[in-house]
Ligand binder design. Structure first.
Ligand SMILES: *Cc1c(COP(=O)(O)O)cnc(C)c1O
Length: 439
């Protein structure tokens, strides 16, 4: 039995791991948060035939269903049946202010003040709404800095924004590219790019963590440099919210958007969160696309012809929100509030380090491209396997292991801090080891 110390850069706590199922089980037993898994439903149809529950490592793509989600949605269905239109005011959770029931929890989740966050729309919609206000190109300063392998929706969104303002995306978009032979970006290279193009950059937009590589960026440093160069700084937290410990307010991020169906477990098509820093909360002169839900709520039903935006993030709302989706999100966010992000991240770091330790022992068959520095990643590991990744994914599935595949050759495996166990990680490793033996 071998053991290994993995240095934890952020808190200097070394992990002492052993390669055995008993050891994995002992980590689960000693764990303060392992009981939260019982609050989730594991997909019964994904278990291997004759096997126990599946090993669900795809929470970065679609999170599991919280047991309370059905109860909360059912309560709204019942109130709708009983009250009809009166539900807006008299439902047990009145529909009119319903989005406010998730505001404080969302703010705690991302390190923001309640006035800085709102849940509305879906992610790419919010990204566009934010760029309407925070991408304001001029003839001299019109470029947008993004990661080279940004999520496609983000690439389409920034390119279409540049075109909308009359610029050619081919020159308006600056892509941050890893050094030759590297998969992830060096912070100093990002800072150097910002310095080099400083006067031309209108907006820096990063995914945190990067959906493909799992790299978490050093946000505070990059935001400071973006601002020093006179650019706005935005984050897409699709893979960050509910995964990383975030301090959006303190880091001086100008805006951020995230979805709730990945780490936040609010169900397919779940709503998006949106953060606007307090410093912009009263900037009523910013261009913005308006709708009645962003209008001063005391006056909303007077149906006045002129838009009077609410201060803070709420002033960017367009429509009255979908209550069933918000109900599912409430169920999920309550669990984040109970667990707290610092504790979840601590647990996630350990789960991921354990997975890394085990996979490193099947070297030659797989290599991890996610940074080994714990400060530069969340729970996801992006792995290159020998052979055809897509085929391997199918074979994992036969064994009850659920991961996902991203072109060209990456398998993402994510032991989420919310509901995965050290035993899950070990069972994944055993399946990998078996396939390695066959190659
Ligand atoms: C998941 C994800 C999206 C998806 O956008 P939707 O508008 O919710 O469909 C966009 N960007 C990133 C980085 C993502 O990870």
């Amino acid at each position: 039995m071998d053991s290994l110390k993995v240095k934890n850069e952020s808190n200097q706590m070394p992990y002492q791991f052993e390669n055995s199922l008993e050891f994995a089980k002992s980590l689960d037993q000693g764990d303060q948060l392992s009981h939260i898994r019982e609050q989730f439903i594991l997909p019964s149809d994904l278990a291997a035939s004759g096997g126990s529950s599946c090993v669900y490592l795809a929470g970065n793509s679609l999170g599991l269903q919280p047991r309370k989600a059905k109860e909360y949605i059912n309560a709204e269905l019942e109130d709708w049946a009983k009250l009809g239109v009166e539900g807006h005011l008299h439902a047990r959770h009145a529909w009119l202010p319903y989005h406010e029931f998730v505001t404080d929890m969302s703010a705690r989740l991302v390190g923001a003040k309640p006035s800085e966050v709102v849940v509305m729309n879906t992610l790419t919609v919010n990204l566009h709404l934010m760029m309407v206000s925070f991408y304001r190109p001029t003839k001299e300063r019109y470029k947008i800095v993004v990661e080279k392998n940004a999520f496609p929706s983000d690439q389409y969104a920034v390119a279409s924004q540049a075109s909308f303002h009359g610029f050619d995306p081919a020159t308006a978009i600056i892509e941050l590219t890893p050094r030759p032979g590297a998969d992830t970006l060096a912070t100093e290279d990002i800072l150097a790019t910002l310095k080099q193009h400083g006067g031309e950059v209108a907006l820096v937009l990063l995914g945190n963590v990067n959906y493909l590589t799992g790299q978490a960026f050093e946000v505070e440093k990059i935001a400071a440099e973006a601002h020093a160069q006179g650019a706005q700084f935005g984050l897409n937290l699709a893979h960050g919210a509910g995964n990383l410990e975030l301090k959006l307010h303190d880091w001086q991020v100008d805006f951020a958007v995230w979805c709730s169906y990945k780490y936040l477990n609010a169900g397919p098509g779940g709503l998006s969160g949106c953060f606007v820093h307090e410093k912009h909360g009263h900037s009523f002169d910013l261009p913005r696309f308006a709708g009645w839900w962003g209008h001063n709520k005391e006056e909303r039903f007077k149906m006045a012809p002129v838009f009077d935006p609410m201060p803070g993030a709420e002033g960017w709302q367009l429509s009255n929100p979908p209550i069933f989706q918000l109900a599912a999100l409430r169920a999920s966010l309550e669990l984040f509030d109970q667990a707290t992000m610092p504790k979840l991240r601590q647990r996630g770091d350990k789960l991921t380090a354990f997975m890394e330790y085990l996979l490193n022992s099947v070297e030659g068959f797989c290599s991890i491209i996610t940074p080994s520095d714990i400060a530069q990643r969340g729970s996801q590991l992006s792995i290159r396997f020998k052979g055809d990744g897509k085929e391997l994914l199918e074979q994992f599935k036969q064994k009850g292991v659920v991961c996902d595949f991203r072109e060209p050759d990456i398998i993402r495996a994510t032991p989420t801090a919310m509901y995965n166990t050290f035993e899950d990680v070990y069972r994944f490793y055993e399946v990998v080891k078996n396939f390695a033996g066959q190659k």
